[in-house]
Design a protein around this ligand. Structure first.
Ligand code: AGP
Length: 622
């Protein structure tokens, strides 16, 4: 989704901004732009629809300076056009703004500005912000308010006055031509982090853009403003009072955000999974006691035994991991556990039990809906812990306690290794909780040892993935692909369908197998591809009955099964075997061929694998 990078210091800003935009590309965007202050502070702007490389090519040698702001846009208000690209300028071209987030009261504000003679050049909500700042900057008392003329020309007052009239979310970077060498920033619900260098300062919406330059950072808080120059950062509250800020050090992460020998991040990240799982499980399993210890939760057995139930919230792939986690918690701890789509949870005025434990599951830690769900649980007195990949992200900080899943940087929009590590982290919790309750030492040891070995089994499968291409041929021309599974495999079916839709743009429907006969079976005709996930567990026979029902209607069955299960394999048109494992761990293996299927099908159809159309890596709007 939208990305911001800004710089104030002695170096040439253009190259640093372009490099920062490239590092934000993985988040998904449709256009890019920048503004750099010239030698007299004047604002030089360039914008382009399309890739950052196109912006880079368009920047002429005349655009130079040492202070600037830049943006990748993912359209919300207004189409993908050059006029709608950020930065946006006020009428006199003295103020430039880039913005992440959505202004909800854009309509009435724009109407008032129009009535006062302001001319708009774009359809964006962001343009409202820059004109609003300009009115206060001129001491004009915009929108009928009166502002004392003696504060005219004060950028912080102008920003504060404008922000006080906005409703919605923002991460803002602002340049004023009259204030060379300074970037102003403001945050409300859309992340911004300041990077402190040696005689230079950066600002970004994602710490990933800062790590080549510095690991010393200040995370801006909601409601905060900042003044950034080469010497560092000053922060203010919206009432103008200076606020104290904490300097954090970004931890070194395992894993590489570079492609290496792989043609796409998605394929690299699929192959990262054995090591990613080792990073997640390492030091957290206690096989001799048949349990796990998640230090970040800071919950001992006395607290765990009192939990009446557990609720898990996430979106997309993270929600599918929640479904697997909820099943494992119920199976091992014998207390109710439920998974819920975070956007539904936050908006339905949920009943919160202060005694229960809530998990917010998110790779990016920035998903607006999941963050909103966290706030809603907290407002109602509930306890939420994060299950998050990105260290220091908004959700991780809002929760305070939780589990980092340690996937390493995930750059492809289609999430793969984060799914596996979310599932692994939730399985660790289920084991810890199960052992604190009724689970026997023997059963605990069996699961702990199985978990310890799962990265090896994942590696073994990935070394010999089976006839993926045959499955690809069956799905690429299909009108629709049906995915079926039961229990944890129903969540894997949903995840496989999501991957194939987002990477290959093939319509997919995922159902728990038992539900098929209640509707989706009507879709089947001769040759319809049906992906069935049927590992060798206690639900397998029932799933195979559903498989037979599909065959009887002429469907082409693409089966994921446990290696050695020849009886199941014989029922399929194409069968892919995954290594045998503890039944609760099967999602970690059965998801692998589905990730490869999506990748290969996307490739066969010439899709933009790592940046599928319309999608963003972290969805920071509601
Ligand atoms: C996964 O392939 C998707 N791109 C998407 O569903 C993603 O999982 C979802 O947006 C949640 O993201 P998060 O884990 O960063 O919160």
């Amino acid at each position: 989704m939208c990305g911001i990078i800004a710089y104030a210091g002695p170096r040439s800003a253009v190259n640093l901004l372009i490099d920062g935009l490239h590092r934000l590309e993985y988040r998904g965007y449709d256009s890019a732009g920048l503004a750099v202050q010239g030698s007299r502070g004047e604002l030089q702007v360039e914008k382009r629809v399309g890739r950052v490389i196109e912006l880079e090519r368009a920047i002429g040698p005349e655009i130079k300076g040492t202070t600037g702001i830049a943006h990748t846009r993912w359209a919300t208000h207004g189409g993908v056009t050059r006029e709608n690209c950020h930065p946006h300028l006020d009428s006199l071209q003295r103020i430039a703004v880039v913005h992440n987030g959505i202004i909800e009261n854009m309509g009435p504000l724009k109407a008032r500005l129009l009535s006062e003679g302001v001319r708009f050049r774009s359809e964006t909500d962001t343009e409202v912000i820059v004109h609003l700042i300009a009115h206060f900057y001129d001491g004009m008392g915009a929108l009928g308010d009166s502002v004392s003329p003696d504060v005219a020309g004060d950028p912080v007052v102008a920003l504060r006055s404008a922000l006080a009239r906005l409703r919605g979310t923002w991460g803002l970077a602002v340049l004023f031509a009259d204030h060379p060498g300074v970037v102003f920033a403001a945050r409300n619900g859309s992340p911004l982090v300041v990077g402190l260098g040696d005689g230079e300062t950066f600002l970004a919406s994602d710490p990933h853009a800062l790590t080549p330059h510095t690991r010393r950072v200040v995370f801006l808080q909601d409601g905060e403003l900042a003044r950034i120059d080469s010497a560092g950062v000053q922060t203010f509250r919206i009432d103008g009072v200076t606020s104290k800020h904490k300097v954090d050090t970004l931890a070194e992460e395992w894993g590489d955000s570079e492609l290496g020998e792989f043609p796409h991040y998605m394929l690299k990240e699929i192959h990262d999974q054995p090591e990613a799982l080792r990073q997640c499980l390492g030091g957290r399993l206690v096989p001799e006691d048949g349990t796990a210890r998640l230090g970040g939760l800071d919950l001992g057995p006395r607290e765990l035994v009192k939990l009446p139930h557990v609720a898990l919230m996430g979106c997309g792939t993270a929600y599918h991991a929640c479904l697997v986690g909820a099943g494992a918690i119920e199976a091992l701890a014998r207390i109710p556990a439920r998974a819920e789509i975070a956007s539904e949870h936050r908006n339905r005025n949920p009943v919160i039990d202060p005694e229960a434990l809530y998990f917010a599951v998110s790779q990016s830690g920035e998903t607006a809906d999941t963050h909103g769900a966290v706030k809603e649980v907290q407002v109602k007195g509930g306890q939420v812990m994060g299950v998050v990949n990105v260290v220091g992200s908004s959700i991780a900080r809002a929760c305070g306690r939780g589990v980092y899943i340690h996937s390493g940087p995930e750059m492809a929009v289609a999430s793969t290794k984060a799914f596996s590590n979310m599932v692994a982290a939730l399985l660790l919790f289920a084991l810890q909780l199960g052992r604190a309750r009724a689970m026997s030492p023997h059963a605990g040891k069996e699961l702990a040892l199985a978990l310890q070995d799962v990265p090896n089994r994942v590696a073994r499968y990935l070394a010999q993935p089976g006839p993926i291409e045959e499955m690809v041929r069956a799905v690429v021309g299909a009108k629709m692909v049906l995915f079926l599974g039961r229990g944890g495999s129903a969540a894997v079916a949903a995840e496989g369908a999501l991957k194939l839709m987002e990477v290959a743009y093939i319509p997919c429907v995922a159902y728990p197998s038992g539900e098929m006969k209640h509707g989706p079976i009507a879709l089947l005709e001769k040759g319809s591809p049906v992906v069935v996930i049927a590992p060798d567990d206690e639900l397998k026979d029932k799933t195979l009955s559903n498989l037979q029902e599909c065959r009887a209607r002429g469907a082409r069955v693409l089966l994921i099964h446990t290696e050695g299960d020849l009886e199941a394999a014989a029922l399929a048109d194409v069968a892919i075997a995954v290594p045998r494992c503890h039944p609760l761990l099967s999602p970690l293996l059965t998801v692998l061929p589905l990730q490869l299927l999506a990748y290969r099908a996307g490739l066969a159809l010439g899709r933009d694998i790592d940046r599928p159309r319309n999608l963003a890596k972290s969805v920071t709007v509601e």
